[in-house]
Design a binder for this molecule. Sequence first.
Ligand code: IDP
Ligand code: MG
Length: 140
Amino acid sequence: MERTLSIIKPDGVKKNLIGDIIRKFEQNDLRIVALKMLKISKKDAMNFYIVHKDKPFYDSLTSFLSEGPIVVIVIEGEKAISKVREIMGATNPKDAAPGTIRADFGSDIEHNIVHGSDSKESASFEIPFFFSYIEIQGAY
Ligand code: IDP
Ligand code: MG
């Protein structure tokens, strides 16, 4: 069993995709164990995406993530990290496999609807970034 963090980014919320995205996760044998909607500051977005601090898109990405409400979700299941990445599709919607969230709904490489932790290490940074232990309704 693994846990991973997903975020429905401001473009996904704006496009009314919260239900569609959660349904995709649940249909793939993944369980939602924590969820909330919030709007984060630019500073919080910069801390969340600190691994990208030297990338040319860091400023624009963190402005985007803080521009409107997001939905943060903890997902639990077998191989949850790679499963969520698969359901999301490649970073650039143009390269994402047909039927993935990013292929179906993403606008461009930045505005790509969803986030998913890319490793156990990033999941263990990202989950407690948004949720405390008692907010997570998991089996362990
Ligand atoms: P990921 O979300 O598929 O893990 P990362 O490389 O970790 O992709 O990048 C984090 C986020 O930064 C992406 O989801 C996307 O919103 C944005 N991003 C990635 N590469 C670019 C780029 O080349 N230009 C603009 N934004 C980018
Ligand atoms: Mg990433």
